[in-house]
Design a protein around this ligand. Structure first.
Ligand code: ATP
Length: 142
């Protein structure tokens, strides 16, 4: 049986990555999860954050914006809204997204109903988490 994994990261726009890897680590919604060859079949919900994979002695990292990971027969398929390598991450764009999200999280008069305001806050905090995770992966934020 193969001792390698196939890792595919798929967004609505494109296949971000299609590689073989010795191991994969995904940001599962309940904590970082390592996947080795011959892992049991599973589906896991993902949080926004860092996905890592190992090829020989090299470790590579990508930002993913959440979604799902499916493991079946030594193939890890990640379905996510967005995925970027560190070199693809636009720092200025992430900083602007962070600023916009923080402004939306400040208490202010919006004219929204309580329900709408709650949805807006949830979206703003998700946008903030994406921005911070992008900045963190790029090495510019704690
Ligand atoms: P923004 O408000 O800047 O669009 P976002 O977090 O809402 O940020 P996403 O919905 O996660 O953006 O992604 C939308 C598309 O834009 C995806 O193709 C994603 O790869 C790309 N993208 C978003 N932010 C960045 C960034 N800082 N650097 C590079 N690509 C980005």
């Amino acid at each position: 049986m193969s001792s390698e994994l196939t890792l595919r990261i798929i967004t609505p726009e494109k296949v971000v990555l299609d590689v073989t890897a010795a191991s994969v680590r995904v940001p599962a919604s309940d904590g970082s999860m390592g996947i080795l060859p011959r892992h049991a079949s599973m589906v896991a919900a993902l949080a926004e954050g860092k996905l890592s994979y190992r090829q020989g002695t090299n470790a590579e990292h990508l930002f993913i914006s959440g979604g799902f990971a499916e493991v079946r027969g030594n193939t890890v398929r990640v379905l996510t809204g967005a995925g970027e390598t560190p070199s693809e991450i636009d720092i200025e764009r992430a900083r602007s997204a962070e600023e916009r999200a923080r402004a939306r999280l400040k208490p202010r008069e919006t004219g929204l109903t309580a329900g709408e305001a709650q949805i807006d806050l949830a979206r703003a905090s998700a946008a903030l988490r994406r921005a911070l995770a992008r900045l963190k992966l790029k090495g510019y934020a704690g």
